[in-house]
Design a protein around this ligand. Sequence first.
Ligand code: ARG
Ligand code: MN
Ligand code: MN
Ligand code: MN
Length: 311
Amino acid sequence: VCIYVHVCLCLCLCLRIWQTLFSKATYRGKPIKSLNQSNFIYIDYGNLQFEEFADDEPVGVVKNAKAVGSANQRLSEAVHAIKKDGHTSVMLGGDHSLAIGSIHGHAAAVGELSVVWVDAHADINTPMTTETGNLHGQPMSFLLRELRSKTPTLPNFSWIKPCVSAKNLVYIGLRDVDPAEHFILKLLGVKAFSMTEVDQLGISRVMEQTCDYLLQKPIHLSYDVDAVDPSVTPATGTPVIGGLTYREGLYVTEYLCQTGRLSAVDMVEVNPLRGQTEQEVQSTVGTAVDLLLGCFGRQREGNHAPDYQLP
Ligand code: ARG
Ligand code: MN
Ligand code: MN
Ligand code: MN
């Protein structure tokens, strides 16, 4: 069975881990159908090399500010270039703090955009509200115009211009939101479909309402694999019970694909080092690959080329 998708996608590989797994991994005894083997047309923009900082002291409780700020600046430029080349950008991570550069570069190239953030977490803490000091719990706070005055400038963060409006952001899959984050979501009136709404409405109405709400703008999908239930994607840093099923997770991508407005995708928090067994790693990576294929037109009903001729 051959899948055919004539969508151009560009890869911006941010972790060497992905490269290895994409070429060598197996899932349920079979090689994972990697993006290399599928009939996607893609350009590999290569792994980004990130600078390391010996003097990356915590700023208050916030860890690794210099490294994260600098990495995101490079990523922002890379995504900007991919969009200017006219392609759909795919960023494979890695820490969800990478969404700062990915969304920033995307917005710099296309202007106003919609962000669909699929995650167990809201990742909207500010450096002042964070309880962990981890920047992966804060990326949205640097990107939202409405939070500009609430985010102190960290070292290597001064290049960031908030470029997303709260009304253009939708969350799907939330189930582990800190009190300060919940306050921010309510204060700004951010549209959010927590797992409660997924249970209530079903994933199809969630996606319908998401797209009705967002209107006609290029869509940036930021997909944290921990949105999916840890029984399916356990190899991730902050797993939370009660997530999207494999099918719900995939439906999100299929639905966004058919809007024709998917303009950039992040697939993040895939961390093979967090898998307890080989099986856990394979299930996580295999699911992440399937979600990406869903973003670019692979349908569960099957696919065929428009010019297909019966032999
Ligand atoms: N809310 C917690 C924090 O601020 C967890 C964030 C988890 N985010 C992630 N990308 N894994 O640290
Ligand atoms: Mn992380
Ligand atoms: Mn998460
Ligand atoms: Mn996240």
